[in-house]
Design a protein around this ligand. Structure first.
Ligand code: FMN
Length: 178
């Protein structure tokens, strides 16, 4: 087993990828991780839509006004969506699965970035959720929360700086006004 602390220290959002494909066995391991994510009442309300086709990735990158360009050039985009009727804490369920995907990708030496979909809008003011549903033929009860872009890193990011952690966010025993 690798070192988890090292994994999370080194994980940074990677937005540039090489054209190298992600091996099928790595994709399987990433999906296994997503499917093992904990959910409220074990409801497992998520759905994962994988997109690799470059024309579709380009279209997906237009799902919101800014901050979605990594989608256009990634090797694989995983749309993390949830059945909003299957779990009331569906946002948390989806967010944990998305995080598992990112951490598993990191462990496989891949880069990833979370692209927010829920609550965002396209350039023409359409809800990003609706845009993604329409593009991928998804039913309207299945809400896309985010898209995780994946690929072999084509940029170098510094690891987290342990010296710069915001310890003032931590309150011991009771709230400390700072
Ligand atoms: C809920 C959430 C939404 C995010 N949305 C986007 C996004 O739409 N586009 C993007 O490029 N990065 C997005 N990110 C990545 C953050 O910008 C990034 O995690 C943050 O700047 C910290 O950098 P790091 O991941 O390299 O540590 C998002 C991250 C989270 C957790």
């Amino acid at each position: 087993m690798g070192n988890f602390q090292e994994l999370i220290t080194n994980r940074r959002s990677i937005r540039r990828y090489t054209t190298e494909e992600i091996p099928a066995d790595s994709v399987k391991i990433i999906l296994q991780a997503a499917l093992m994510a904990p959910t409220s009442k074990n409801s497992r309300p998520w759905q994962f839509v994988l997109v690799e086709d470059s024309a579709k990735l380009e279209a997906l990158a237009k799902c919101k006004e800014g901050g979605a360009t990594p989608i256009a050039h990634c090797s694989l985009a995983i749309v993390v969506a949830v059945d909003v009727e299957a779990s009331d804490p569906w946002i948390e369920d989806a967010a944990i699965a998305a995080t598992y995907i990112q951490l598993q990708a990191q462990d496989l030496g891949l880069g990833s970035c979370w692209i927010q979909v829920r609550g965002r809008y396209t350039e023409s003011d359409l809800e990003s959720e609706t845009y993604v549903q329409n593009l991928l033929g998804m039913p309207d009860t299945i809400l896309p929360v985010c898209i995780i872009t994946l690929g072999h890193p084509d940029e170098k990011r510094n690891p987290q700086n342990l010296e710069k952690l915001m310890w003032e966010k931590v309150h011991i025993g009771e709230w400390q006004e700072r």
